[in-house]
Design a protein around this ligand. Structure first.
Ligand code: PRT
Ligand code: ZN
Length: 210
């Protein structure tokens, strides 16, 4: 039996469940349960915080997972990615207060930047020869400049309305992300075979949606 970890409640949850159901896999859900077994495919679904999914798959607690590429790469586990799933598309962007001048990433030299993605942002800046003070915070990153915590931010953007509402201007795209299927790297041959069946179904669902 394959164990698949998906987000318990958040932006990935509904689309993850829909994808599994459209693969013809039936299971019951209840908001109290942290796992469910499918009735017509050897699959167990675990409901977890998205941040915990890459580590659980790496350690083999789960065989597979569905998670944002942003979370996967920030966790330092990009090698677990099997394929992009085409939903939860977003970008990780740098933004500065609307009135602040900005020409290029070099303007961030010596500045303080609030983010929940210190690894991805750190390597982006390092590749461009920029040294900044990164303040790692886990949420509400967009308010950091207005409360004097940082001069710039780096956070997830989709429509851009949160940035706008907080008086910020998007200046660089650091990373583009979507939901991805991830897998443990030492699955048994039986589990590999089941993974291939699941991937075949997922690809058929995506072709049918186009
Ligand atoms: O509780 P748990 O830890 O599981 O969930 P979470 O709160 O960490 O994650 P969640 O549910 O917010 O997001 C899960 C994943 O969805 C992210 O890791 C991204 O891969 C993806 N995703 C897609 C987004 C967005 N779009 C998004 N817009 N994640 C977050 N946002 C936030 C962003 O942080 C910002 O505050 O929405 C705001 C910006 O949205 P716009 O539309 O105003 O630009
Ligand atoms: Zn999270």
């Amino acid at each position: 039996m394959l164990r698949l970890a998906i987000q318990k409640s958040g932006r990935l949850s509904e689309d993850s469940l829909t994808l599994i159901r459209e693969c013809g896999i039936s299971f019951l859900t209840s908001s109290y349960k942290l796992k469910t077994e499918a009735t017509n495919f050897p699959l167990e679904i675990l409901y977890l915080r998205d941040d915990d999914i890459p580590g659980y798959v790496q350690d083999g607690v789960a065989d597979l997972g569905i998670v944002g590429q942003n979370v996967l790469v920030e966790a330092g586990l990009p090698q677990l990615e099997i394929e992009g799933l085409g939903f939860s598309k977003c970008r990780l962007s740098l933004a500065v207060p609307r009135a602040a001048g900005y020409d290029s990433v070099a303007d961030l030299q010596g500045k303080s930047i609030a983010t929940s993605y210190p690894q991805i942002l750190g390597s982006y800046l390092q590749e461009r020869g920029v040294t900044a003070n990164l303040h790692t915070i886990s949420g509400s990153v967009e308010i950091a400049p207005s409360i004097g915590l940082a001069e710039a931010i780096c956070d997830i953007v989709s429509s851009g309305s949160t940035l706008l509402g907080n008086g910020l201007r998007e200046v660089e795209t650091v990373f583009r992300s979507e939901a991805v299927l991830i897998a443990n790297q030492s699955l048994s041959p039986d589990k590999r075979e089941l993974l291939e069946q699941l991937q075949f179904r997922m690809q058929a669902v995506r072709r049918a949606r186009r």
